[in-house]
Design a binder for this molecule. Structure first.
Ligand code: DX5
Ligand code: ZN
Length: 214
């Protein structure tokens, strides 16, 4: 699996050093969780913080927009330095138009599914996506327990992607660590968002190495 550490549980007083921590762990990209206080009951950061981080990291930025109206700001996130822009199928912006703006900005587009949204909801868009993000917790907070009942959704999605011979990554987000990563990998996920498990790890590099072998 590829590893995309979420900096949601990092020390925000030392963001530059935290980006160094992510790089030193051997991770493949950085997962940036944007929360608007409406789509989820929490607030995090927006385009100015991502723009400030861009020069201090050479890893791809995997931006996860937990926003009710992502279309209003996708331009700003693209200009801030996002490489992959994930937004939720349950949002209130028009999905096709939002995908079109992301692609017009030359960025990779991904759609995200909350736990209650079935895999089939994303099938009509699959051929336009570089990735599908399956939430394995309710979005909003780091450090929650992995929802094992999301495994059939991951395998259903993998079956459909393979049946249509598409090159779409399946990313999982929420409660992923050494114990849960093998389960999601077996179901067909190939990108792991890891937040608290990595930032609290005694040996972050060996955790990333371990996930790379799955
Ligand atoms: C939850 C976020 C996740 C979260 C992951 O809303 O999208 O990226 O921070 O954190 P852990 O790995 O601690 O569940
Ligand atoms: Zn996330």
């Amino acid at each position: 699996m590829k590893v995309s550490p979420s900096i949601l549980t990092c020390n925000y007083a030392h963001l530059e050093q935290e980006m160094g921590f992510v790089k030193d762990s051997g991770a493949d990209m950085v997962h940036l969780d944007v929360m608007d206080g409406v789509f989820v009951p929490n607030l995090s950061f927006g385009p100015p913080v991502i723009a400030a981080l861009r020069p201090v990291s050479d890893l791809p930025f995997d931006v996860h927009l937990m926003m009710q109206y992502p279309l209003r700001l996708v331009d700003a996130f693209a200009d801030a330095g996002a490489d992959i822009i994930n937004f939720h199928m349950e949002c209130s912006s028009p999905i096709q138009e939002t995908l079109d703006v992301i692609k017009a900005k030359g960025k990779k587009a991904a759609l995200t599914l909350k736990p209650a949204t079935p895999a089939e909801a994303v099938f009509p868009y699959l051929d336009q996506l570089s990735m599908v993000l399956v939430m394995t917790v309710e979005p909003g907070f780091g450090g929650q327990k992995f929802m094992e009942d999301m495994l059939p959704k991951i395998s259903g999605l993998r079956r459909e992607i393979d049946r249509r011979d598409l090159r779409v990554d399946i990313e999982v987000d929420g409660g992923i660590g050494a114990a849960t990563a093998p389960l999601v990998a077996k179901a067909g996920a190939n990108v792991a968002v890891v937040g608290s498990a990595l930032f609290n790890a005694n040996d972050p590099q060996s955790l990333v190495n371990e996930l790379h072998t799955l």
